[in-house]
Design a protein around this ligand. Structure first.
Ligand SMILES: CC(C)(COP(=O)(O)OP(=O)(O)OC[C@H]1O[C@@H](n2cnc3c(N)ncnc32)[C@H](O)[C@@H]1OP(=O)(O)O)[C@@H](O)C(=O)NCCC(=O)NCCS
Ligand SMILES: CC(=O)OP(=O)(O)O
Length: 333
């Protein structure tokens, strides 16, 4: 069974409530209809019911079962405004500002619903840049206890691929941390291994990627990954993790033999940790667009409750996939 079909089956076993706040986005409406039909989640959209139903009618999709929350009439509006004000008061938030944000920013409204456990998770980003999608979640939900930082990953499902876990990989960080330090890279590796095990269900084999394999190049960029590998191996000795490795040495057994003899990770990696966001973001888009891989994300890991992002280049099918993965994360939260 394909990875995403397994996720959908899991999601159906204990149905979670997921918010899709971008009710003005056509792909989101199409995706919502499919999610409701496949019963992988109960859905809430934020906005004006009449407008959403008009959109659905025009797109000829069926949104029967959808719950719509309108901030203008929601009886919980005042509670959310008061809570947001209190949460962010030290950062200069006023009650008036909180009310204004919640009237106009549906993503923040949805994040407040997740915070207050009126929903189990949220997916947005089809028509908002990542910074605008994730900032409210980082500010309001914060990092999960026991986690050093929030990071962004993709599950990549590559067709006709013998590498990774039968073509399934986790790539991180592809969405959030722009220039992680060595310590942050090590923390991203640990979170990624946990996410891979939880979602893909296989043993994570983690490669710390670089343009160098085991000292083949010298540069401060390489030193950062060498240090990250050292920190990760000291801090998380239970992980199968190695670095610094080039991508071919990380996933292709024959290249690993030549470049990284003796490494048990090289040639077998299924969790790929990129040295910075340029590499991660460009790397996932290359694999998605040129190898025609399914790319689900950017998913967040290390956040207190499930909120996940999308690329503005996503399809309705991608949204359906990320909703299923979010529901599975919510089941485990
Ligand atoms: C997400 C992002 C906007 C946050 O940075 P920012 O707007 O400068 O905001 P700040 O650094 O002030 O962070 C806002 C809050 O989030 C928290 N935060 C930011 N990054 C965090 C992380 N990785 N883990 C945990 N918390 C984080 C901060 O601590 C801060 O909390 P506070 O306001 O309670 O003090 C920034 O990291 C970013 O732009 N990332 C790249 C996104 C992107 O364009 N990706 C490419 C496409 S996917
Ligand atoms: C993940 C990502 O790159 O998002 P966007 O395409 O919206 O910038």
């Amino acid at each position: 069974m394909a990875f995403i079909d397994l996720m959908k089956e899991k999601a159906k076993q204990d149905v979670m409530t997921i918010i899709l706040p971008e009710s003005n986005d056509k792909r989101t409406l199409i995706a919502a209809a499919q999610v409701l039909k496949e019963k992988t989640a109960d859905l809430i959209m934020i906005g004006k019911e009449e407008k959403i139903m008009d959109g659905a009618h025009w797109l000829e999709v069926d949104l029967t079962g959808l719950k719509v929350v309108d901030p203008d009439t929601d009886p919980k509006f005042d509670h959310y405004a008061e809570t947001l004000f209190k949460l962010r008061e030290k950062k200069g938030m006023t009650l008036e500002k909180a009310q204004e944000i919640l009237k106009t920013d549906y993503i923040t409204y949805g994040v407040m619903m997740v915070k207050e456990k009126d929903a189990d998770g949220l997916v947005a980003g089809a028509c908002h840049a990542t910074a605008d999608t994730l900032r409210p979640a980082l500010q309001i939900l914060k990092t999960a206890p026991g986690t050093e930082l929030v990071s962004g990953f993709f599950i990549m499902d590559v067709p006709n691929c013998e590498f990774g876990a039968n073509g399934t990989f986790l790539f991180a960080d592809c969405g959030l941390n722009q220039d992680p330090t060595s310590a942050e890279l090590a923390a991203i590796a640990d979170s990624s291994a946990k996410s891979f095990r939880a979602l893909v269900g296989e043993k994570p084999i983690v490669a710390m990627l670089s343009h160098s394999t085991k000292g083949s190049a010298k540069h401060a960029l390489v030193d950062k990954v060498v240090e990250a590998t050292k920190i990760a191996n000291e801090k998380y000795p239970q992980l199968d993790l190695d670095g610094e490795l080039q991508l071919d040495a990380a996933i292709v057994p024959s290249v690993a033999k030549a470049k990284a003899k003796g490494s048990e990770v090289a040639g077998h990696a299924n969790v790929l940790i990129f040295p910075n966001l340029d590499c991660g973001n460009i790397g996932y888009k290359l694999v998605q667009r040129l190898a025609k891989a399914e790319a689900y994300g950017p998913m967040l890991q290390g956040i207190a409750r499930p909120v996940n992002d999308l690329s503005r280049g996503c399809s309705a099918e991608d949204i359906v996939g990320v909703v299923a993965l979010t529901a599975v994360q919510a089941q485990m939260a």
